[in-house]
Design a protein around this ligand. Structure first.
Ligand SMILES: Cc1ncc(COP(=O)(O)O)c(C=O)c1O
Length: 397
């Protein structure tokens, strides 16, 4: 009998050889409301790998809101919003989001992946051109592939290269520039003002992905476009509820014409079951905290900048930027995995990020800081890391 799966085993073997196979680790439990500690295989680990930047995922207010909504609305949405209608929690949330972002309208999606794929493939198609930062999230890349538009990747944050490409393809039917605002694996930010200028100069549309900026940047956690006063300049603002909001889901904020168009055209919205009402209820609770609790955001900034500075006092290559995403560039895949394993042995959960998530030769440990980490926890983690570095260098010498 032939093995129908032999080619899969072969490909998996190839990935394993270059230290690019993946596995999913099981977490036994989360210890306490701060979300800072998890239990894995019977051991407690300091979690430095979560996007739970504000520490809201285990907040009692989010949990209570979800529980209450389950009692009223049940466990699931049961269909797409176009089939079943959507519970009033949805429409209230979209109004609150539009007010928060000071845009005409908002639209909720099931997650960031679906928002990016659905929106991009609705905005552009064959004969159009998308200009996308080389380090943009995979969901943006997949949205472009799905759209069948031409895909032009500009060098990371390099607006000269972008302009060169825009000039070269100025005759494309429609042009879309798309960028993360805070880059998910690098933690640095996009040059939004220059992107707005180029958008205007070349008659393009500009879409930004605020997944890692929402809740973190802006006076009321609106994101980078607000922090820079450019929220009305950007055509489409996308953000997620899965990170600083501690919940799940995503949104688009834009002018009414854009939202009305996307409501009829975004296939990932139309052909997929809506988020459960309990998730929408926890987003409502998180949004109130994100808007009002500025001290949490301040603490996140303080903790992140302390940890970043502390890592910079050692001979590590730490990514630029000032966000809670602090990548420690290692380079080699196997070496990055070794760091991650050794950190775990010392009680720290910090994931190794390898290609294709990041470019070849730039494997890294992606540390993420939360507002609920304490200084002594971060100090301890930095000490452990430094000892690992010393051990590994000793091995090499
Ligand atoms: C920049 C960026 N955009 C989109 C997504 C996808 O969001 P979601 O996890 O809600 O699908 C992520 C993270 O997963 C991300 O980092």
């Amino acid at each position: 009998m032939t093995n129908r799966y032999a080619w899969m085993d072969e490909e998996w073997g190839r990935l394993e050889k270059i230290a690019q196979s993946r596995q999913i680790n099981t977490v036994d439990s989360v210890l306490g409301e701060r979300g800072a500690w998890i239990r894995v295989s019977g051991r407690s680990l300091l979690n430095l790998s979560s996007n739970n930047y504000l520490g809201l995922a285990h907040d009692p207010r989010l949990k209570a809101a979800a529980t209450e909504a389950i009692e009223v609305w049940g466990a699931g949405a049961t269909a797409s919003r176009f089939v079943n209608g959507s519970c009033s929690l949805y429409t209230e949330l979209e109004q609150r989001l539009a007010d928060w972002k000071q845009r005409e309208a908002a639209l909720v999606f099931a997650n960031g992946y679906q928002a990016n794929t659905g929106v991009i493939s609705a905005l552009v198609g064959r004969g159009d051109a998308v200009f996308s930062d080389r380090l943009n999230h995979a969901s943006i890349v997949d949205g472009i592939v799905l759209s069948r538009a031409e895909h032009y990747r500009y060098r990371h944050n390099d607006t000269e290269h972008l302009e060169f490409l825009l000039k070269q393809h100025r005759n494309a039917r429609r042009k879309l520039i798309v960028t993360d605002t805070v880059f998910s694996m690098d933690g640095d930010t996009a040059p939004l003002a220059e992107l707005v200028t180029l958008r205007d100069r070349y008659g393009a549309l500009l879409m930004v992905d605020e997944a890692h900026a929402g809740g973190v940047l802006g006076e009321r956690g609106e994101g980078l476009s607000h922090e820079l006063g450019l929220h009305n300049e950007v055509d489409v603002i996308m953000g997620t509820f899965s990170k600083a909001f501690g919940a799940y889901g995503a949104y688009i904020c834009a002018d009414q014409s854009v939202i009305r168009y996307l409501t009829s055209k975004a296939r990932s919205l139309i052909y997929s079951t809506a988020l459960p009402p309990s998730v929408i209820a926890s987003i409502h609770a998180a949004l109130t905290i994100v808007q009002e609790d500025t001290s949490r955001r301040g603490r996140l900034r303080q903790m992140s900048s302390w940890f970043r500075k502390r890592l910079n006092t050692h001979p590590f290559e730490v990514g630029a930027g000032s966000s809670p995403i602090i990548p420690l560039i290692i380079g080699d895949n196997e070496k990055a995995l070794q760091y991650s394993r050794m950190l775990e042995e010392r009680g720290i959960a910090a994931v190794a990020i390898r290609p294709p998530t990041v470019p070849v030769g730039t494997a890294r440990i992606r540390f993420t800081v939360m507002a609920t980490h304490t200084l002594s926890e971060l100090e301890w983690a930095a000490d452990q890391l430094n000892q690992i570095r010393a051990d590994l260098e000793g091995e090499r010498g």
